[in-house]
Design a binder for this molecule. Structure first.
Ligand code: PLP
Length: 439
């Protein structure tokens, strides 16, 4: 398709989206064919909802460093970075070596090994509020276990969550909740609104087991919690006797000791996932030793915590190498500094054009929003133009930039300045060629 047809000056936004979609369909016949094939054995051709977008998603043939290739032969710079788990890119030598170490060691050992001690020591050394840790297979499972633990420890039932919060497929609080959520009795408060939290907590004080919060909303558009809000949660948890849980499944990548180390608020429990497992299946929950000791199997009142793959050797080795050889404290600090600079440059492009567009986030995680003004919670994020996100997504794909359809952009250690330049160039083109939808 010619650029003239794609960027026809008189098209409405919905027409422009239609044209971009049609160009996408025409450029990706093999992805389409495989989508039809996939749909015969997988509902909607999909086994992970977040990866789906219409008319059909790209299907990838391979990856190297920060580059992806789809089955139709197009190359992309990967700015989705596996929703933050892809910290290391696709072929980091330290991770490869670690996986070989695991294969040499043996998989499916079915017993304790020294490997889980190594990873546990690396995690507790790195995330200072985590005195003691347990491994799971996903962030979702880490959060389920942390909430169940808080309820058992406090002998209370309710958990406070935030509208727009995401803690896994069964702990999803966009618009307040989801029909497949785990049946915890939840109190849903507004993010960054400490008065709302105080009122809800006061009305439920004697039965409040936990407050669980992402220190920055990840999937709901990279919206940081204010330090005052997080400090307020700490106070309210202390006053009511509830445990404060920081879900740092995503935000742990924003500073060597997690976002909590920058904000200076110490949670009782923290959950981890994503890159901390070196890019393998991973989750963890940990924190105060007195709370975690409920899982000590030698205690007569110990709580069970099962999981066939909790100490699988691939994750243990890859996680250790990830934390100690690749995502070292220095590398994490440098990546987040680069991210802050990049986000500043993208916002400068939008501002110079007077575009109703901004990039929120911290360090290596950011999200595009098509509105100006503050974005402090789900409602303010949703008040931006959502249709423009689709156009942005397809236009960036057309420029060889792969990102999350919902507007999230994530950095990895594999991205060099050329990768950043590709993203900046694509955003510049979008602002220039789509200006009339943005002013
Ligand atoms: C903040 C947060 N918590 C938990 C999860 C769930 O992790 P997993 O997908 O490993 O179950 C995610 C996943 O994106 C997340 O962003």
């Amino acid at each position: 398709m010619s650029a003239d047809a794609r960027y026809a000056p008189n098209a409405s936004l919905s027409e422009a989206i239609e044209v971009a979609r049609a160009a996408y369909v025409a450029a990706n016949p093999l992805s389409r064919e495989l989508h039809e094939k996939a749909s015969r054995s997988l509902p909607g051709g999909n086994t992970r909802t977040v990866l789906f977008y219409g008319p059909f998603p790209l299907r990838f043939a391979g990856a190297d460093g920060c580059h992806l290739t789809d089955v139709d032969g197009h190359g992309y710079v990967d700015f989705l970075a596996e929703y933050t788990a892809g910290m290391y890119g696709h072929s980091h030598p330290a991770i490869r070596k670690a996986i070989e170490r695991a294969l040499d060691f043996g998989v499916n050992i079915g017993g304790h090994t020294e490997l889980e001690i190594e990873l546990a020591e690396a995690v507790t050394a790195r995330f200072r509020s985590i005195e003691s840790v347990r491994f799971t297979n996903s962030g979702t499972e880490g959060n389920l276990m942390a909430l169940a633990l808080a309820r058992a420890f406090t002998k209370r039932s309710k958990v406070m969550v935030f509208t727009g919060g995401y803690h896994g497929g069964v702990l999803y609080f966009r618009k307040g909740g989801s029909p497949v959520n785990a049946p915890f009795p939840v109190l849903v408060a507004r993010y960054n609104d400490i008065d709302d939290v105080r009122n809800l907590a006061a009305a439920n004080a004697s039965d409040l087991a936990a407050i669980i919060v992402e220190p920055m909303f990840g999937s709901t558009g990279c919206i940081p919690a204010t330090p005052e809000f997080l400090a307020g949660l700490r106070r309210i948890a202390d006053e009511t006797g509830a445990l404060l849980i920081f879900d740092e499944v995503m935000t742990s990548r924003l500073a060597p000791g997690g976002l909590q180390s920058v904000i200076g608020v110490k949670p009782d429990l923290t959950t981890l996932g994503k890159y901390v497992g070196g890019g393998m299946s991973f989750g963890a929950f940990g924190g105060r030793a007195d709370v975690m000791s409920l899982f000590d199997p030698q205690r007569p009142d110990s709580l069970p915590h099962a999981g066939t793959f909790n100490n699988n050797t691939l994750t243990m080795c890859a996680g250790l190498a990830g934390l100690t050889e690749a995502a070292t404290p220095e590398a994490v600090t440098a990546l987040n500094q680069r991210g802050d600079i990049l986000r500043g440059r993208l916002n400068a492009i939008a501002e110079a054009a007077g575009a109703t567009m901004q990039f929120t986030g911290i360090g290596s995680m950011m999200a595009v929003h098509f509105k100006t003004g503050p974005i402090r919670d789900e409602a303010e994020a949703d008040s931006g133009n959502q249709d423009l996100k689709e156009l942005f997504f397809f236009d960036l794909l057309d420029r060889g930039v792969y990102m999350a359809r919902r507007g999230m952009i994530v950095l990895s250690l594999a991205q060099d300045e050329a990768a950043f330049a590709r993203l900046e160039g694509a955003v510049e083109d979008f602002v220039r060629l789509r200006r009339r939808f943005l002013v």
